[in-house]
Design a protein around this ligand. Structure first.
Ligand code: PLP
Length: 382
């Protein structure tokens, strides 16, 4: 992450919150000897994470992209199928569909939340559609009441890409329980992290078992064999992947999960302060949070007015050692997908959003400095 410069006065765009407690947890795994995946730390983390999500099962995996791939495979997705995908997202969401040989069909998003527009999804359902992947954009949950009703009515599966959403809520329910299957990321840029990691969570025991098997070469897990006194000889009856999370990562995640309320609280305080400081700036709209849901403030992306030169604003911030970036991607514009459908709202957010520093290590002085610099940069770029 180039933004994580150590220069004095630099304010990084994102930064993990990892410390002594996480180091101590890694030390314990060293001493236990089980550093690979599917061991005791993974097992404990899976139970704790499933409970935090309010669902029956969690499968710890190498990253969120793997969790999305497994979710699709568990639903039997393959060539000839179409999966409707929220357009405004990191392209891992669409990639996971490509991995299965199916075709992603991108649906436009709401301008105020950047989450998929249920009416756009409804308009795209066709004879080859098998399911929908909604994205909790920057950790803000999508419209799951409408999406759940629509997918149930049309006989489609619904997957929650909750990559950034650990700790988010929708109508009082936690992210991870908002669709029958959800996928989380524990990448270094997310709110809780072990460097690289992820999880698939679900209440569906069959989906969990299928995902667990496919995440470990198509084998019964080593944990299930541990402690047996006979000599079980596993049989390979389908090709699986190696998508396991290491026990080193899982041990770090147990500490991060316990710290989640503290880390989310700090991000929320930063978001509230930005909102107050930026409310009267002409030429930008701060991100919102509808009353029926809470996000995680994975990032803080303002939407610049059409007349503001985003490149100029970004250059002015970077000259002052303040990290910034575009929001996320309009998937349909990425050549890898070779699609023609238009998602004008997503394309507009892709052009106009600007993410400013957001993480749990920001000081109040950092937040004030960033807000003042952004105000000035926008005023000078209209
Ligand atoms: C980060 C992210 C992913 C990818 O997560 P990995 O753990 O890096 O695979 C997928 N979807 C969204 C919305 C993301 O933000």
């Amino acid at each position: 992450m180039a933004e994580q410069s150590g220069a004095p006065g630099a304010v990084s765009l994102g930064r993990p919150s990892l410390g002594e407690a996480e180091l101590a947890a890694v030390g314990e795994v060293f001493r236990s000897g089980w550093v690979a995946g599917a061991g005791p730390a993974c097992h404990a983390f899976e139970e704790e994470f499933a409970a935090a999500c309010g669902v029956g099962h969690a499968v710890a995996v190498a990253n969120c992209t793997a969790a999305l791939h497994l979710a699709l495979l568990a639903h039997g997705v393959g060539p000839g199928d179409e999966v409707i995908v929220a357009d405004y997202t990191f392209p891992a969401t669409g990639h996971a569909v490509l991995f299965t040989g199916a075709t992603p069909v991108f649906a436009d998003v709401r301008a105020d939340t950047a989450t998929v527009d249920p009416d756009a999804v409804a308009a795209m359902v066709g004879p080859r559609t098998v399911g929908v992947i909604a994205v909790d954009a920057a950790g803000l949950p999508a419209d799951y009441a409408d999406l759940g009703e629509l997918t149930a009515r049309c006989g489609l599966f619904l997957v929650e890409d909750a990559a950034c959403a650990a700790g988010a809520t929708y109508r009082g329910r936690p992210a991870g329980s908002l669709a029958p299957v959800a996928a989380f990321s524990f990448h270094g840029r997310k709110g809780i992290t072990c460097g690289e990691g992820g999880a698939l969570v679900t209440d569906d025991a069959a989906v969990a078992a299928k995902a667990r098997k496919l995440a470990a070469f198509g084998l019964e897990s080593a944990w299930a064999r541990e402690g047996r006194t006979d000599l079980p000889i596993p049989v390979f009856d389908e090709p699986g992947y190696n998508y396991k999370l290491s026990d080193l990562g899982a041990a770090i995640m147990r500490v991060q999960l316990a710290r989640l309320p503290e880390l989310l609280g700090r991000r929320r305080a930063v978001a509230d302060r930005y909102a107050a400081l930026l409310a009267d700036v002409d030429g930008l709209v701060p991100p919102g949070e509808p009353g029926d849901r809470t996000g995680t403030w994975q990032s803080y992306a303002v939407t610049l007015a059409p007349g503001v030169d985003r490149g100029r604003v970004a250059a002015m911030l970077r000259e002052q050692d303040i990290g910034c970036n575009f929001g996320t991607y309009a998937s349909h514009l990425q050549p890898v997908y070779g699609v023609r459908e238009a998602c004008p709202v997503s394309a507009d957010l892709f052009r106009r959003q600007l993410a400013i520093p957001m993480h749990a290590e920001l000081s109040d002085a950092d937040v004030e400095r960033v807000a003042a610099a952004l105000r000035k940069a926008v005023e000078n770029s209209r």
